[in-house]
Design a protein around this ligand. Structure first.
Ligand SMILES: [Zn+2]
Ligand SMILES: [Zn+2]
Length: 135
């Protein structure tokens, strides 16, 4: 830590990303400010979306719900037996495709011209869908 580092008064770590907002966030990290003043007001669990815009915990809950929805959609494909749109109709084939797709996932996103999602939930949702047809 150097002398001109701004220090967060909640966690005692240097503030680097949001230096311009140091005073706005009452000499804290944005995240520290949020959990100190905004998140706790709603009595929300720190890991759960408190409903305030920009809540750092919001992503987890929302991505989880989307992943659950993806799994349910895939299950629905099977309501009339093995779906014609799937290539992999047995669990071993599906799991093999899932592993292969995850292994090659960097290439998948590179082909789309987008960065690999930072959020693992999103990658898993893509993987579960892709493994239905991946060979
Ligand atoms: Zn902090
Ligand atoms: Zn929050």
């Amino acid at each position: 830590m150097s002398e001109d580092d701004l220090v967060c008064r909640r966690c005692d770590r240097p503030v680097r990303s949001n230096r311009d907002y140091y005073e706005t966030f009452e000499r804290m990290h944005y995240v520290c400010f949020h959990y100190e003043f905004e998140h706790d007001m709603s009595d929300a669990d720190p890991d759960e979306d408190c409903g305030v815009a920009g809540c750092p915990s919001a992503g987890v809950a929302r991505h989880r719900d989307r992943l659950v929805a993806t799994v349910r959609e895939l299950l629905l494909d099977w309501s009339d037996g093995p779906p014609a749109t799937w290539q992999n109709h047995s669990l071993p084939h599906y799991l093999e495709a899932l592993a292969a797709w995850l292994h090659d996932s960097d290439g998948y996103y590179a082909n789309l011209g987008v960065p690999v999602p930072r959020n693992g939930w999103e990658v898993i949702a893509d993987a579960l869908r892709a493994a239905a047809v991946y060979e």
